[in-house]
Design a protein around this ligand. Sequence first.
Ligand SMILES: *Cc1c(COP(=O)(O)O)cnc(C)c1O
Length: 427
Amino acid sequence: MFLKEEFSIFFEKAKCLNVEDELSLLRDRYHIPANNAKEKIYLCGNSLGLQPKTAEDYILKEIKQWATLGVEGHFEGQTNWFNFHAQFDKSIAELIGSKGSEIVVANALTVNLHLLFSTFYKPTNKRKKILVESPLFSSDYYALCSQVEHLGLCPEDTLIELRPRDEENCLLIEDILTTIESLGDELALVWFGAVNFYTGQFFDVESITAKAHQVGALAGFDLAHAIGNVPLALHNHKVDFATWCSYKYLNSGPGGISGLFVHENHADISPAFKGWWGVDEAERFKMNKKFAPMPGAKAWQLSNPPILCMAAHKAALDEFEKVDFADLRLKSIALTSLLIEGIDLISAHFPASQLKIITPRNANERGSQVSIFTGNEGETLFKYLHLHDIVADWREPNVIRISPVPMYNSFDEIGKVIHALYEFYNG
Ligand SMILES: *Cc1c(COP(=O)(O)O)cnc(C)c1O
């Protein structure tokens, strides 16, 4: 049958891409969740990345050091916990395009949001507005609102959520730039997710930052969905500050350690809220009253860090060191392009399915995520996928997010997802 033929050409294409995939062996470096020994199709790396097989050994090494050395593990032993954070400088700096001195691996994402906002949001009578993308992730919203309220201001007067035009699902860059321009000297801060959690839109970090600076505002970015997913150049793009989590595309495990970036242009700015781990290493244990900061972003550390968490982080980042990020990005684009092509086929043959892709079709404007508006059958479809061991993610009111990660997902898996959709709609 004609319909079937188009689908078989598609499935054949998925198979070919699979055979040609030069990164396919990376998959074996991760634990793939399974059901009765059959590997699931895991497409949820935007929520919790899979476990590198080396993570257990990395954590065990620290557990053993703790057992054998106790407190002396801070300065002795193979890894030396006191300097544990320093080993992340190179790999994180490469991922976000920064200098090692501009970053620190520390705290949790929402904690870092508070640290950054309390330091960099300095409203005046005239300049107090904050521009954010809509929808903004809930935790970012709560953090911003509470910071504003803590200063005695009203979120209704200060927080501006830029919504897509009526007929659009994503924001147009010209609308972002003209909004910044029209806010002018009332704008204190632009805060965007570099990749939006809901639509998967990858924003033009460079243009947004440049425009914010042009009107005298600062530009900060939440990299939760961007780090390890899309190419970034924070230093060159003169981004003022940023933070991220490590458990999504970085695969560092549930509740994994966060990190933050402060551009060296702000190296003289001390964090508004401090802790003893931000004190210069040579002075830290003297416990002086005076806060003598670590140079650069390292001054933003608060507490002595969670080593077991950071051991998993190290295992995960070592995997990134083994590959060229540009190759990962190419595969990511090929995976999402194939997925979009397959969904378009489903939509063309089953118009009643009402499926609608809300992620940008321009590959440069998206990461490894495709978000799909589902029709009335959305929840039934999501359950159907779940029943067929396809792990995706559901966002109210009716969006399915599918995130094929180049490290461990295959083109074959995209073929299987489209096959499952075909069977679902074919009845
Ligand atoms: C995942 C995510 C968070 C989660 O914050 P945690 O403090 O790590 O729980 C916050 N903001 C954005 C944009 C996210 O995508």
